[in-house]
Ligand binder design. Sequence first.
Ligand code: NAD
Ligand code: MG
Length: 397
Amino acid sequence: MGTLNLPRKVSVLGSTGSIGMSTLDLFDQAGLELEMVGLTAGRNAARLAEQALRWRPQVAVIEDEAALPELRERLAGSGITTAAGAGAVRDVAAADAQWVMSAIVGFAGLAPTLAAAKAGAVIALANKESLVCAGPSLLRIAKLAGGVVIPVDSEHSAIFQVLDPSIAAQVTRLILTSSGGPFRDATRAQMAAATREQALAHPNFSMGAKISIDSATMMNKGLEVIEAAYLFAMPPERIEVLVHPQQIIHSLVEYADGSTLAQLGLPDMRPPIAFAFAWPDRLPWPAPKLDLVTAGPLTFQHPDPEKFPALTIAKQALAAGGRAPAAMNAANERAVAAFLDRRIRFLDIPNVVAETLERMDRVVAPMAFDDDAVESARNTDAEARRVADEVVIGLAA
Ligand code: NAD
Ligand code: MG
């Protein structure tokens, strides 16, 4: 293994979440000796402290300031520095790690991801919302700083693994696969009555609540279409979505000569994390291996646009460009939160997003780029949240 050129100094942003924990588990399983620069969490001080005692980061940061006393107490005498607040999370992202896992959920991940990009780190990007809200700027800033963004989202990792950038012009289609979520075989009437618990029950694995609801509405795939368009500079009409319930083929790239290349694996986030960690090498670790004989038949179907309007909404937002994707993302975050709070019904989620975009369309303002991207995205995000909350109140009334 001495020949592998692996990063040593790493940070994990969102370490207490589903992706964050998979990342630390992978490090453990691979027996890596790392210099942990920082671990950050939203509000789970107990889990963050436990991780910090295991990984000995220079600093452990909790975004929620109210949780700082607990974190301090749990890490008292450990020699690990603690801090709190969004600014402290950003500072960790900007510190001198060679590799940064960006696994905060939602728009909150944008500023730290941009900070890591400016610092020139290799960014393992799980936080798809940051690409959706400021993709072109994020990619340009990373490139200028000599860094690189490696997608962790399994579909984009798959495409990254099989798309040869030197012949990108000869790619005719990207095909993103989707599990179809918990309502793949449900009727629209069943979806209309769906409870929080039913919507949270992803068929193949357990993820954070927000992405679980996004999988149920298929807004997750909508966000991923936008993510793919930016990452691989592909026009929307060349990105297709196929439902593939077994989640063995993670995505495909079709070339002009009629060849289609796929990447396969078990539904497990650790292989795409391992890929992003070791790129361009391959990390040896005791990975559960795919057995095609027991995997069973692989099936595919088109998503039903009547059941999953979020896909169309996302494609329209991508085509509209400017601030539409960021507004869409914000409206979706608010709608998902409202559904999780039982304030709106399941099928209201895409309606809130569509109605928010419609109301905001009356004020046309292009997105600013590069250094102003966060500011510009933040304004759009804040405005869209306000509008979406109004729409939610109107629905709940
Ligand atoms: P999660 O909810 O399990 O974890 C989110 C992490 O972010 C936690 O550590 C949480 O404490 C932290 N956090 C939340 N709000 C924060 C804030 N305001 N400031 C700072 N930190 C905050 O989510 P997850 O499922 O791990 O997903 C993380 C990201 O990865 C999301 O963008 C998601 O779309 C993406 N993703 C997840 C999966 C998956 O399998 N879970 C797959 C692909 C992509
Ligand atoms: Mg995905």
